[in-house]
Design a protein around this ligand. Structure first.
Ligand code: GRF
Length: 208
């Protein structure tokens, strides 16, 4: 059984999707053992507590030097014996130390079809504003491993979502979450826990 540590900052609907998948028995070889938040007021922490999951808070502001924060976050995750780290709306940039310590063991969910609308500055509603401004007809979400390049790690699963007439960034964000993020993130986590994701260079192969 793999220990899953989920990092959050906000509402935690992706965390909820993971908890629901776990409760439905869809993550057979993993268990969410801890939720770590960068924000003490994140509603995601309530979701964790309501489900009997251990919680911790680590604030970037509590450390002067970024490297000290990077070390503290790495040690905190290690102290939870994490086999897998999931970024579910974690709004703080990860440092080199934590990324290296958990190489190909950190999964992020991004609300677009990478390599479109990703990288520095593409977070939250900005992603959907940009997709609408460009006039794309299809967007979606991507579950991927985290490496030192922002949104640049090996892609695990992608799911497309249609853009409709009259979409606003808020409407599109909700559709992308419902139709893509909440489905592919638990699926990627389940595949990881089943040892079904093989990383080959900058790509992945999903084993049958
Ligand atoms: C999601 O849109 C996710 O793709 C992005 O941050 C948002 C988190 O939302 N990385 P929530 O906290 O899971 O509701």
């Amino acid at each position: 059984m793999k220990n899953i540590v989920v990092l959050v900052s906000g509402g935690g609907t992706n965390l909820q999707a993971l908890i629901d998948a776990q409760n439905r028995g869809e993550i057979k070889n993993g268990k969410i053992t801890c939720v770590i938040s960068s924000n003490p007021n994140a509603y995601a922490l309530e979701r964790a507590k309501n489900n009997g999951i251990d919680t911790s808070v680590i604030k970037r502001k509590d450390y002067d030097a970024f490297e000290d924060y990077d070390i503290a976050l790495t040690n905190l995750i290690k102290s939870k014996n994490a086999d897998l780290v999931v970024l579910a709306g974690f709004m703080t940039i990860l440092g080199k130390i934590v990324i290296k310590s958990f190489e190909n063991r950190i999964i992020n969910i991004h609300p677009s079809l990478i390599p479109s609308f990703c990288g520095e500055g593409f977070y939250g509603l900005h992603v959907h504003e940009s997709a609408l401004a460009r006039g794309v007809k299809v967007t979606g979400a991507t579950a991927h491993f985290v490496n030192e390049v922002c949104d640049g790690g090996p892609i695990i699963i992608q799911k497309a979502v249609e853009i409709k007439n009259g979409d606003t960034p808020e409407i599109l964000q909700k559709r992308v979450m419902e139709q893509a993020e909440w489905k592919i993130l638990p699926k990627a986590v389940s595949l990881f826990c089943d040892d079904k994701i093989k990383v080959i260079g900058s790509k992945t192969e999903i084993l049958n």
